[in-house]
Design a protein around this ligand. Structure first.
Ligand SMILES: [Mg+2]
Length: 192
């Protein structure tokens, strides 16, 4: 009897890969729709709740503008991966992003808020050590717009299963080429 084949993980950042926030504000990329979202963590943030130094009630908080391509959900589900959120949205990705894309509730990598955007002593992205710990023993691909050579080298030296750190341009979001690269990598790494 052979063991069932375990699919690799696909760790998903939201802002950058799914929400191309760095595109020109007046030119929404083709295929994307505009969503206005008020996740609780945004409404509670100083930027949203005290835009001019005075507290603003939650219902008056300006929503976040999020661009999403509703077809990305279908394309992600078609990939031979187990999907996982790896985003500062954490569980709010299941509340706000998953429904807009037609994705089911996904597992979430949690990070302490104190660690978000913290400078790393080795110059790694602040997510990288958490990701490596969470995904230990598993093959994974990780799509994010902020990874550098330091992250590639650190993961390559420590992770004992196949790992792909795939950079996505935050001006464009996930493209057809990105989906093709992820699928090719998953096929090649199957069984390794
Ligand atoms: Mg990002």
């Amino acid at each position: 009897m052979t063991a069932p084949v375990q699919r690799p993980l696909l760790l998903l950042d939201v802002d950058g890969p799914l929400n191309p926030y760095a595109a020109k504000p007046e030119r929404r990329p083709a295929g994307y729709a505009t969503f206005r979202m008020r996740p609780a963590s945004w409404s509670a943030s100083p930027a949203a709740s005290r835009p001019y130094g005075r507290l603003r009630a939650a219902e008056y908080v300006k929503p976040l503008r999020v661009w999403l391509d509703p077809d990305h959900g279908r394309q992600l589900r078609a990939l031979p991966f187990e999907l996982v959120w790896a985003t500062t949205w954490m569980h709010e990705a299941n509340d706000w992003i998953a429904p807009a894309l037609g994705l089911p509730e996904l597992p979430v990598i949690e990070w302490p808020s104190a660690d978000m955007h913290r400078q790393d002593p080795e110059g790694l992205h602040w997510k990288t050590r958490h990701v490596a710990h969470w995904a230990r023993g598993r093959a994974f691909a990780w799509v994010d717009d902020e990874l550098t050579d330091a992250d590639h080298a650190w993961i390559a030296a420590r992770h004992d299963r196949p790992a792909l750190l795939h950079h996505v341009d935050p001006r464009r979001g996930l493209t057809t080429d990105d989906f093709a690269a992820l699928e090719t990598w998953a096929m090649r790494s199957a069984g390794r």
